[in-house]
Design a protein around this ligand. Structure first.
Ligand code: FES
Ligand SMILES: [Fe+2]
Length: 340
C-alpha cells in the first residue's frame, strides 16, 4: 500500500550525512535541512540517475555527488553549478515524499507529492511512561510483510519453534478464542490460558495468575501482542512493519513491560531472550521465503487455529485495492477453541 506512512529510520540515525533507505522496493534518501527538518527524496538524481545519497548536504540542501545539482526538501532543483541562467525547472525536480518525525521515528508517506489526510501511527506506550521499562529494537528479516506479521501473531508455533520459551509441546488445555475484525484491523483474544509455563512466563510472573492475551494487527502494518498476567504484569509489544521490498521486511518494535521487578533487573534478561526468539523466527521466515521462490508460489493450507494470518491477508488485499469496505464501529466476531 503506497498511500500510507511507514517508518524509514530512527531519528537518531539521521545526522549530517544523507541516509539511503528502501521502502516497498523504492530507493529513497533522507536528509536534514539547516533547521534540522527531515526531507525525503527519491534516491535518483533527475540529471543522470546517480543515487543522491552519495552526495552531501550543503546549506541545508542535498547536493548530488556527480555534477553538484542541489535539491531542497520539496525536491526543487535550486542550483545547477555550471549553468548560466535559471536552475529551477519542473523537469529538474526530484520526487519528494512527505515526512513526519514523531516519537523518535522518521515516517515517510509513500506517495510523492501527496498531502496525507492522516498522520502516522502513534505507539501507545513509549519511554517515560511511569512504571514501564520501554525498549526499542529494529530488526530485519526475509519474508513479506504478511509472512512476518502472521509469524509475530501466531500462537501454535511458539510450542515448537520456540519450544520451552513460552509454551511447551504438550498442550495443557483447551482455551477459547475470539477474533474480532473491523474494516482496518483485526484482533484475537485468547480466553482462559494459564500463565505460559516456559521461561518467559516464569520470568514475568513467578506466581502464576490468569493471563489476558490479545494479538492485534492494524493496517497498514502494525502488529501488537499484549499480555496482562495478574494485576501487576503487563507486556505490550507493538511493532511497525516496513516492507523493504516483497521479500524483506523491517520490524520496528517498541516493547513496554511492567512487572513487580524494577526495569534494570529484567532488562538484561529480556534483550538476549528476545534476540534468541527472533533468531528462530528469522530462520523459518528465510526458509519460507526461499521455498515460495523455489516453487514459484506459496502453498497455504490453513486451519481454524491459523487465527489471524488469513484475516491479515484479507485486510492487506483490500488496502491494496484502496477499498476497505464500510467503516465498522462494531467488529465482526468469530469464536473458536484451541489447544495450548
Ligand atoms: S547526475 Fe546528479 S547532478 Fe548530474
Ligand atoms: Fe515466533
Amino acid at each position: 500500500v503506497l498511500d500510507a506512512w511507514y517508518i524509514a529510520a530512527h531519528s537518531h540515525q539521521l545526522k549530517r550525512k544523507p541516509l539511503p533507505v528502501t521502502i516497498h522496493g523504492t530507493p529513497l534518501v533522507l536528509f536534514r535541512d539547516d533547521e534540522g527538518s527531515a526531507g525525503c527524496l527519491l534516491d535518483r538524481c533527475p540529471h543522470r540517475n546517480v543515487p543522491l545519497s552519495i552526495g552531501k548536504v550543503v546549506e541545508g540542501q542535498l547536493r548530488c555527488g556527480y555534477h553538484g545539482w542541489r535539491f531542497d526538501r520539496g525536491g526543487r532543483c535550486t542550483h545547477v553549478p555550471a549553468l548560466v541562467g535559471v536552475s529551477d525547472k519542473r523537469s529538474r525536480c526530484a520526487a519528494a515524499y512527505p515526512v513526519i518525525e514523531q516519537q523518535g521515528f522518521i515516517w515517510v508517506y509513500m506517495r510523492p507529492g501527496a498531502e496525507p489526510e492522516q498522520g502516522p501511527y502513534t505507539f501507545p506506550i513509549t519511554e517515560g511512561e511511569p512504571g514501564y521499562l520501554v525498549v526499542r529494537r529494529t530488526v530485519q528479516t526475509a519474508g513479506s510483510l504478511h509472512m512476518v506479521a502472521e509469524n509475530a501473531l501466531d500462537v501454535p508455533h511458539t510450542a515448537f519453534l520456540h519450544g520451552g520459551l513460552f509454551r511447551t509441546e504438550e498442550a495443557r488445555g483447551e482455551i477459547e478464542t475470539e477474533v474480532r475484525r473491523w474494516h482496518d484491523r483485526v484482533e484475537c483474544e485468547y480466553i482462559g490460558e494459564a500463565r505460559p509455563s516456559g521461561i518467559v512466563g516464569r520470568l514475568l510472573s513467578p506466581s502464576g495468575g490468569v493471563v489476558v492475551h490479545h494479538d492485534r494487527f492494524f493496517l497498514p502494518s502494525v502488529v501488537q501482542v499484549e499480555y496482562s498476567i495478574g494485576t501487576e504484569n503487563h507486556v505490550l509489544v507493538t511493532a511497525f512493519g516496513t516492507p523493504v521490498d516483497a521479500y524483506e521486511t523491517q520490524l520496528h518494535a517498541v516493547v513496554a513491560i511492567r512487572t513487580r521487578f524494577p526495569g534494570w533487573l529484567i532488562r538484561p534478561f529480556i534483550q538476549p531472550l528476545a534476540l534468541w526468539i527472533f533468531h528462530q523466527d528469522r530462520t523459518v521466515l528465510r526458509l519460507q521465503t526461499e521455498a515460495a521462490l523455489k516453487y514459484g508460489s506459496a502453498h497455504m493450507a490453513s486451519t481454524d487455529v491459523d487465527l489471524l494470518g488469513p484475516h491479515i491477508m484479507k485486510l492487506m488485499r483490500r488496502a491494496e485495492r484502496g477499498d476497505l469496505g464500510p467503516v465498522r464501529t462494531e467488529p465482526r466476531i468469530k469464536r473458536g477453541r484451541m489447544l495450548v
